[in-house]
Design a protein around this ligand. Sequence first.
Ligand code: CTP
Length: 416
Amino acid sequence: MAKVINPADSIEKNLPAELVAFLQLAGKRAAARQEKLYLVGGVVRDLLLGKTNLDIDLAVEGNAIALAKEMADKQDNITVHKNFYTAKIRWHDLYIDFAATRRETYANPGALPTVSPSSLIEDLIRRDFTINAMAIGLTGQDYGLLYDPYNGQEDLINRGIRILHDKSFIDDSTRIWRGLRYEQRLGFQIEPHTLELLKRDIPMLDTVSADRIYYEIECILKEELPEKVFKRAHALGILKKLHPDLKADSRLDDRFPQAREVSFPHRPSPALYMALLTYDLNITEKEELNSYLRLPKLIAQTMRDSDSIKSRFKYIATTGIKRSEIYHLLYDYSLQAIMASIIVAETEEVRQNLRLYLDKLRSIKPLLTGKDLLKMGVTQGPHMREILNSLLDAKLDDRVKTREDEERIVKNKYSK
Ligand code: CTP
């Protein structure tokens, strides 16, 4: 069971001192404007869990844009959305969001909400889950006070994900994906009634634009263990909303950790994860998924490349294959697709040759350049590329070592 944490202590303990000072100053300025300022959403949840979260969302009962302008040190550090009563400022290397407390109404399921100013309590009820519907006061007497009208703290303690009202997933079905993400990230459980409604409302995912669904997928890919979310989505019949043949089974438990290993010290790119998630779909199915989600070009290409490399596995594993041949089989493909293929390859020969390409062959270049060839009297034209290619092959296959070796090849070719 998680323990109850004092919000004011947690702010001091889990946020950098300079940021605490910024928040206190913002609180004072809001008070001077006769307005109230609060920390809201994910940062409150995490502070109550004793965790640092630098994704700062501030809610203002008043004019959020004016307060943000007062807090931004240079005018170009601020982006304003008048229609939504919000402003984002860049503060050091963080983005801080200021939003007026607001009411949201949905014209129809899946549509973006219509926004109008409201009280903090109304602002909190429009949110996705009780654990995200809390605020901490930052003004005057209010400083460090927890606002928790929907018992989010109790759900944090009991480790439950709970929606605030029965139409929540209908209003915004991206919350289905969000619920799974929080559940798996925090090691919580979606509580039974919420789970029942979540399952009931899976068809509502059809009402949401592809952009919004892909945004949720991107958020999942940034999680520490995205495979847990996809496996849960598979078990609940949500994953097939992306594509009916998409599966997230125990293979992900092997593939995703390997993706983290090969990408270390960085996080795996979304392209690598997506290539692995969709690896077992055929190319038509991949294209269907791609056109539904309108995936970024790099990701779609990595998925295609992975498919094409798969069809080359038998050549890559040929006994006695030359290094130059491996190079030409692979050089057109994205690195992420080659990484995905290394992870998925079933034979050691394929894996070794893919690794050889990735670690070594792809960066090999002849010593002589086009300029050198011109100096040697080679005239411009398609034969120039041919000569450079044969130099590269010779280098890849270890037939040349020195500049003189390469010059000999040029003279030989050119005289022909
Ligand atoms: N929110 C919501 N419904 C959504 C998206 C967001 O109610 N579909 C609310 C939640 O209160 C959430 C807040 O807006 O806490 C901020 O959204 P976001 O930054 O996406 O969520 P975080 O809770 O900050 O999530 P994370 O920890 O993943 O950054």
